[in-house]
Write a protein that binds this ligand. Structure first.
Ligand SMILES: [Zn+2]
Length: 188
């Protein structure tokens, strides 16, 4: 599947609309202190992002409380934590086929992902993701169980629909780990 998606602008626009919706929900809920949330987006310079849609992907929606000044950052299908690559790149480039060096090199070339970064992503999928509260809470929903050494491809194939729908559903499934205490640095 997949790399055609990176050229499909409609797919990126769909991700933006989902993020706008998630941001609207977060804002409507307001701050825990009862204060009102104001837009205070984080600037982003995403890699693995087609030039045509870069303007739609140059901010991560976030809010600041007018009373206690606390930050609320809404869930996202565009950004996976603080990673500098788009979430879909972290999914697609970490795929099973990317495990073979020539394929990984080719893919990291088309997405401009250094092989070192790809290796860290695969390590995250294999070692850290299975330990996240999200996966701990949800893994039992998948029958038969998803082998953790097949992440993320083995997980992606459990989501219904064509390639775009399945990827969109997986990104939505992952969106809770894009906020909160989970650190997803590139980890140099
Ligand atoms: Zn507040």
């Amino acid at each position: 599947m997949c790399h055609a998606l990176l050229q499909d602008l409609k797919f990126f626009q769909l991700l933006l609309r989902i993020d706008e919706e998630l941001a609207g929900q977060a804002r409507a809920e307001g701050c825990a202190c009862g204060g009102v949330l104001h837009r205070a987006d984080y600037p982003r310079k995403p890699r693995g992002c087609p030039g045509e849609i870069r303007d739609d992907f140059d901010t991560r929606f976030s809010f600041c409380c007018n009373r206690c000044r606390r930050r609320t950052t809404s869930m996202s299908v565009r950004f996976l934590g603080r990673r500098v690559y788009l979430a879909l790149a972290v999914v697609l480039a970490s795929g099973r086929h990317a495990g073979q060096m020539p394929a990984a090199a080719r893919l990291s070339g088309s997405l401009a992902v250094p092989v070192r970064t790809l290796q860290r992503w695969r390590q995250w999928w294999g070692e850290r993701f299975p330990l996240t509260p999200l996966w701990q809470a949800c893994c039992a929903r998948f029958m038969p169980p998803v082998a953790t050494d097949s992440f993320p491809a083995g997980l992606l194939e459990r989501f219904a629909g064509n390639a775009e729908e399945a990827l969109m559903r997986l990104l939505l499934f992952l969106s809770p780990i894009t906020v909160g205490a989970v650190t997803l640095h590139e980890g140099r």
